[in-house]
Write a protein that binds this ligand. Structure first.
Ligand SMILES: [Mn+2]
Length: 327
């Protein structure tokens, strides 16, 4: 932590990056950190390769996350909620930064390698036991004696709220709730965040959820509850992929399944898979995700594959039966 603090204190120009397909924790952590560091007089930029889902438009300062590149020198790059440049979706880091002196990684995903393996002047704060990157950012801001304003509180509470599934997942711990309580003392409100994130769905999106729910199949052999959404389903209803956020958690509520899988077809034969389970169900879905080239947490992970939906479901299903037999 001390090294990280010194890095930040000695840097004037700071670029904050996070992972592609940014979620509430990625976006909330970026904005919370950026707003905090700006209060110290730093020049801070946030960049996201992928567009920010509209559902996060309520966050203060959301417009400061840029999508255009203007590479220049940075004293410090902060990588949030991921630990490799490749996770940012930026093809070549030189596209967004001409050069940089130092790198700081703040993340809570379990991992084998980080960008620090490739770069010498790199410091990391990585703790996979923490619920969200937002909590780690909160600790950094406190260490820097930065005043937590209502805006910062709103951003960081959104990060914790989304990564804990609205304080329902098993990663909801006393540290997250203590941080959340601090943010509420600053004027942030869980009910408002909840409303903005979960209660802003269009009728078309709910109808699409209905299509996916009707398609759920359970497999007693491997405990999987699986469904899928085709590109044509989304196109015909005019629904964006971001409006599917939370759907896999609903599939995961089937009591006699061990884990849930939602496959979403995006353009040109690409399929995104989201996996969820619950602590008491005794499945580590990150193993499944990793064997398909993805990653994530034990109870929430994802992957991307090429192919068509039907084939993918049967292949993944067979693979999981094999994985179970190996145990
Ligand atoms: Mn996270």
């Amino acid at each position: 932590m001390q090294q990280a603090i010194e890095l930040i204190q000695s840097s004037d120009n700071i670029l904050i990056l996070s992972h592609k397909k940014p979620d509430g924790d990625a976006i909330g952590s970026m904005l919370g950190l950026a707003t905090g560091l700006k209060s110290l007089g730093k020049r801070v930029q946030c960049f996201s390769n992928d567009i920010i889902p509209d559902v996060f438009n309520f966050l203060p300062g959301i417009s400061q996350i840029e999508n255009k590149t203007h590479p220049e020198h940075q004293d410090l790059i902060v990588l949030l909620d991921c630990a490799l440049f490749s996770r940012t979706g930026i093809e070549n880091i030189k596209d967004v930064v001409a050069s940089f002196d130092n790198l700081l990684i703040i993340d809570h995903h379990p991992k084998k390698e980080t960008e620090c393996d490739n770069i010498q002047n790199c410091v990391n704060i990585i703790d996979y036991k923490i619920s969200s990157t937002a909590v780690l950012v909160f600790n950094v801001l406190k260490e820097l004696n930065i005043e937590i304003t209502k805006d910062i509180a709103n951003c960081l509470l959104t990060g914790i709220f989304t990564d804990t599934g609205g304080f329902q997942h098993s990663n909801t711990d006393s540290e997250s709730l203590r941080a959340a309580a601090e943010f509420m003392k600053k004027g942030s409100r869980v009910d408002k965040i909840s409303r903005n994130i979960f209660s802003t769905k269009s009728l078309a999106a709910i109808k699409l959820w209905g299509i996916a729910l009707r398609r759920i199949k359970t497999n007693p052999e491997n405990g999987m509850a699986v469904s899928y959404i085709n590109k044509s389903d989304m196109d015909s209803l005019g629904v964006q992929e971001e409006e599917l956020m939370g759907l896999v958690n609903v599939i995961n509520t089937i009591s006699d399944s061990k884990f849930s899988l939602l496959l979403t077809e995006s353009a040109n034969n690409k399929i995104k898979g989201s996996l969820r389970s619950e602590e008491y169900k005794g499945i580590d879905v990150s193993r499944i995700a990793r064997s398909l080239g993805g990653g994530g947490h034990k109870l929430a992970s994802g992957f991307e594959i090429n192919g068509d939906i039907e084939n993918s479901i049967s292949q993944i299903s067979d693979m999981i039966v094999e994985m179970k037999n190996e145990k």
